[in-house]
Every structure is written in C-alpha cells, then in structure tokens.
Design a protein around this ligand. Structure first.
Ligand code: ASP
Length: 331
C-alpha cells in the first residue's frame, strides 16, 4: 500500500484497518519475551520455595528463550514478595511463585498495601508438597507423643521456628500448637532455609517444613522427624507416621504452589507463560528432581489459569473460618 494512502488512512482514523506492519509501527506487542524475566520468590534463598523456584526458572527459560532470573524478596511472611509483583508493571516480565500463603494471607492480613486477591492473574498450579515436623537432633523426644508431652511441659520455653505469619511453616506451627494445647515461643525467619540452620545447630527446638527442604536432612539423620501433617504417608519417606497415626487427628496441611503475574497482564503474554510452565512441568529432569524431594508436578490440566483460580478461591474460603475462629491476625 503506497505510503501516501497509509498516511491518509491514519489521518482519517481508520488506522486499525491498515496492514500488520502499520500495526507494529503503532506499538503492537513484539513477540514476548524479548528480555530476561524476573521470578520473585517471597522467601529466603535455600528454602523450599526457593528450591522449587530455581528448578522452575531454569527449565522455563529454555521454553521462553530468555533467562528467568530468581529474585528473593523476603519478609512479612511472604507478603513483601507478593506486593513486589502485585505492584509491578503488568507486562509479563515480573512473575511470582507463591504457595498456600496466598490462601491464608487474604484473611490473616487486614491492612496490606496491595490487593491479595485481585492483584494477580493466576498462571497455573505447580506442585503440592507434604510437610514434616522436624526437631533438633538432641531434643528429648522420640515420637510425636513424646514431642507433645515435651511441648506441654516446656510451655513458652519451647521454641518453634517459622517463616513469618502467612507462611506455610507458621500455619502448620499454629495448627500444631492449637492441637497440642501449648503456647510455644515462635521465632520468625525470612524463610525456612535460615530456620533450618538453627535446627541443625540445635539452637531452635522445632520446625514444620516441606519435604523439598527436609528430605535431605531426614535422610542424613541430622534432624529428628516426628510426623507429617498429611492425610497419608509420604511415598518417599514411608517410615514417617501421619499426625493422625501419631495421636493428633484433624491437623492436616499440604503446601500447594502456583505461578502468578500482576493483574492486567495481556492474555497472549499470560498464555506464553502458562505454556512455558506446562512444558517445564513435563520435563523429565523436573519430574525426577521433584520425586527425589517428595513431590511431583501437578497435572497439565491443573497447570492452567482456570484450575489455579478455582483452587485458590476454594483455599481462601477453606482457611477463612479457621483463621477467624483462632483470631490469629497479622495486623
Ligand atoms: N515456604 C516456607 C514457608 O512458608 C518458607 C520458605 O520457603 O522458605 O514456611
């Protein structure tokens, strides 16, 4: 089409009818991504969310053809990392890996600087990870029943590590304390990576954390393990009793993970990110590594925005009455 006609068309406001090249000249989105993507992990390096995140970043980068750079934005139980993404430019270059915290934070925090529900576009679920109750090696307890008795006897001299209110370790710790009827002293960290170092050093009594981090230490015998707050035993750690088997029924928590973009991220960009996530979760290397650390990728059907949104909405509804009944608010 001669240049003159194109200018005439533009002038006459019929630009949208112009051929694609004109469209590109008018700022259409070049093929995403054209540069590195930041994957925000809301907890410290070395912890369970970071372990899953770094595996995902490496593999998604292959599918996207651009580096996926992990950024650990920590603090306030994972809400600072979430805020970083909710307030980022919705262009697909800043995404978030978060977990069950996204199910409890909307109720636990009443005064956040971002919208914990409508601030995000879900891209797909990633994995579900069982938790384990692990203690310092020299703790005077060898079974869940012993641990319960020791917690009751110690009262607030018993200390429990977690990653801050809103984290999965804090949720598990609070459910444990309620089930035991004890009031331990809670010691918050920026993630369960640093918390685990305090358990290994014998400076903190107990931590409830995901097998993605604890498997290695349980297998090495460098921590004591008491139970898993799961409906059934963990396939890769079959000797660990469930909390119900150990005498603490009704105390169950499993950590689901999902990938998020800022609300308003263009649909083609979200589709590209979801596609890369799905491809990554099919990768044999990820499947094998996840299996070694007690988890597995979700199904391809669950690695979709629709399934993720449904699951997330249901999880917020599940924890709301539990949190309100306990009255455990962060602010
Ligand atoms: N996911 C852990 C938690 O919520 C923290 C971490 O990954 O470091 O407790």
């Amino acid at each position: 089409m001669p240049q003159t006609t194109r200018r005439a068309l533009a002038a006459s406001g019929l630009a949208m009818l112009a051929p694609p090249r004109a469209a590109r000249a008018q700022g259409a989105t070049p093929a995403f991504p054209t540069r590195a993507i930041t994957l925000v992990i809301p907890f410290a390096a070395g912890g369970p969310t970071d372990i899953v995140g770094r595996l995902l970043a490496e593999t998604m980068a292959q599918g996207l053809g651009q580096p996926v750079v992990v950024e650990n934005t920590t603090g306030a139980g994972g809400t600072l990392g979430a805020q970083r993404v909710a307030t980022a430019r919705p262009d697909g270059y800043t995404v978030l890996l978060h977990h069950i915290g996204m199910g409890v934070i909307p109720t636990m925090y009443r005064r956040l600087a971002y919208d914990p529900v409508n601030g995000f576009d879900p891209l797909g679920l990633v994995t579900e990870v069982p938790m384990t109750l692990v203690g310092r090696k020299d703790i005077p307890a060898s079974s869940l029943a012993d641990l319960v008795a020791f917690m009751r006897a110690q009262g607030d001299r018993f200390n429990l590590a977690d990653a801050g209110i809103g984290s999965s370790s804090a949720l598990c710790g609070a459910l444990l304390a309620r089930a035991v009827g004890a009031r331990p002293t809670v010691i918050p960290f920026r993630g369960t990576g640093p918390a685990m170092q305090e358990i290994l050093g014998g400076r903190v009594d107990l931590l409830c954390d995901q097998t993605t981090q604890t498997t290695e230490y349980i297998r090495a015998g460098s921590v004591k393990v008491f139970a898993t707050p799961s409906r059934q035993r963990i396939a890769t750690l079959p000797d660990i009793p469930t909390t119900t088997e150990g005498g603490l029924p009704g105390f169950e928590v499993t950590v689901w993970h999902g990938l998020y973009a800022p609300r308003g991220t263009p649909a083609p960009v979200r589709a590209r990110l979801t596609g890369a996530l799905q491809a990554a979760l099919r990768e044999p290397k990820i499947v094998q590594r996840f299996a070694e650390i007690g988890t597995a990728p979700v199904s391809q059907a669950d690695a979709t925005p629709e399934a993720h949104q449904r699951f997330w909405t249901a999880d917020i509804a599940k924890w709301k009455p539990v949190i309100e009944a306990a009255g455990t608010y962060a602010d």
